[in-house]
Design a protein. Structure first.
Length: 415
């Protein structure tokens, strides 16, 4: 009897853990995905490279490819927003904007400049007709569903994500900056995030009411509680780092990172916990979306999508692994120059001797090369990396000390 009870207890715990994991979905594509958005528990959309637009109406169990005209404009789809079951807007490279009014059966091109080097990276709509599109040095606004697009100057080049809480007050994030408008997007001013001179890539905005969070690669987490009038660093001394951020409410949020690493907070961003994700995937996490407090999805490189129905529980406090999080033990510097060709410098610092490895991976997480594997003394070090015939694009380099992955940064190779 005791043995039977023990088996049942083990089976019960195993089922709880299995049910709490982020489960891989069959997206039907191997292209990199950059944005995922859901209307409700059933209907969602995702976009990515090669003009990929995919849609689900059963919560992610099945995804269908949605033909669209973006491939004529380069096909680099950056963001999508479903307004309801019929009206959806999406943006891409070549200053491309498209819209459907019948759930994706047909699309209208609202903007596009084939051959342009600029892009619309993000969009935000309050309703079917009123919305904004964020591009390179510009914001487009429409009050009539895209029939008329008013253009306004945005005082930054590398812009990533935009949000409006009402018809007047909006914000957008960029490299090391968050800008705000109080006149419907016609004028923008810097809100002075305390980045200390760094240009962290703030790829996404986390918003819950008047609270806003941003995080960049190897940066702390920054938070405003008054819609970006003032800012604070809520993880001082910790380079949490990440590529996307999403908050369900004022307390609960997620940060997606490289190597399929997802972390969660339940106290407004002061503490972060590692989620149990797919150990077989090293793809970077590009976007997180929740339909409610427990049901959510995230998208990755190489077409990967994962879903949770439990809010992603079974977490581990990353602060219990100080060798992975504290900047006092190590520092991996951004390579310079970046972008580069043919050579770049990579610097790092360690406070105690150890086996140091620097690995190079592509955007899907596939290991390309080991740039360094040597025992190093405490102190500052630097290596020179020469492009080994790699194609132009985005790559990641990671620092390992005695086998532990300490930090990852992004580099760009140009031919």
């Amino acid at each position: 009897m005791k043995k039977t009870i023990l088996v049942l207890i083990i089976l019960h715990c195993s089922l709880l853990i299995a049910n709490a994991q982020w489960i891989a979905q069959n997206s039907g594509t191997n292209e990199n995905l950059y944005d995922i958005e859901f209307l409700n528990e059933k209907t969602g959309w995702a976009v990515g490279d090669a003009g990929v637009v995919i849609k689900t109406t059963d919560g992610g169990a099945n995804w269908i490819n949605v033909p669209n005209p973006s491939i004529q404009y380069g096909g680099l789809m950056w963001a999508i927003q479903p307004i309801d079951s019929e009206v959806v807007y999406a943006v891409a490279g070549y200053d491309f904007i498209m819209k459907t009014t019948n759930g994706g059966t047909n699309w209208d091109v609202l903007s596009g400049r084939p051959g342009s080097i600029t892009a619309f990276k993000s969009l935000y709509f309050l309703n079917r007709d009123t919305g904004w599109f964020l591009g390179t040095n510009k914001v487009f606004r429409t009050y009539d569903g895209g029939k008329t697009l008013d253009s306004f100057y945005a005082p930054w080049f590398t812009n990533f994500d935009i949000y409006f809480k009402d018809i007047n007050n909006g914000i957008f994030c960029s490299d090391g900056r968050v800008f705000k408008s109080v006149d419907g997007g016609e004028n923008w001013f810097d809100t002075n995030v305390p980045v200390g001179g760094f240009f962290y890539m703030f790829g996404k905005l986390g918003v819950a009411g008047d609270s806003v969070w941003v995080v960049g690669s190897s940066s702390p987490v920054f938070r405003s509680t008054d819609f970006c009038d003032t800012w604070e660093i809520i993880t001082p001394g910790q380079q949490i780092g990440g590529y996307c951020i999403d908050f369900i409410n004022a307390q609960t949020g997620f940060i997606g990172r490289s190597l399929n690493n997802l972390i969660k907070t339940t106290n407004g961003g002061y503490n972060w916990y590692t989620q149990r994700t797919d150990p077989a995937s090293l793809a970077f996490i590009s976007s997180v979306a929740f339909a409610n407090d427990t049901i959510g999805w995230y998208s990755c490189a190489v077409g990967r999508i994962y879903k949770t129905t439990t809010g992603g529980e079974w977490v581990t406090d990353i602060n219990s692994f100080p060798e992975e999080m504290t900047i006092l033990d190590y520092k991996l510097h951004q390579n310079y120059p970046n972008p580069f060709n043919p050579t770049t410098n990579i610097g790092f610092e360690i406070i105690k001797p150890g086996l140091v490895e620097i690995e190079l991976t592509d955007i899907s997480g596939k290991k390309i090369a080991t740039l360094l594997k040597e025992n190093k003394t405490a102190g500052k070090h630097e290596i020179i990396f020469s492009n080994r015939g790699l194609a132009s694009g985005t790559y990641f380099y990671g620092l390992r000390i005695d086998g532990r992955l300490m930090s990852v940064k992004k580099m760009i190779i140009l031919q």
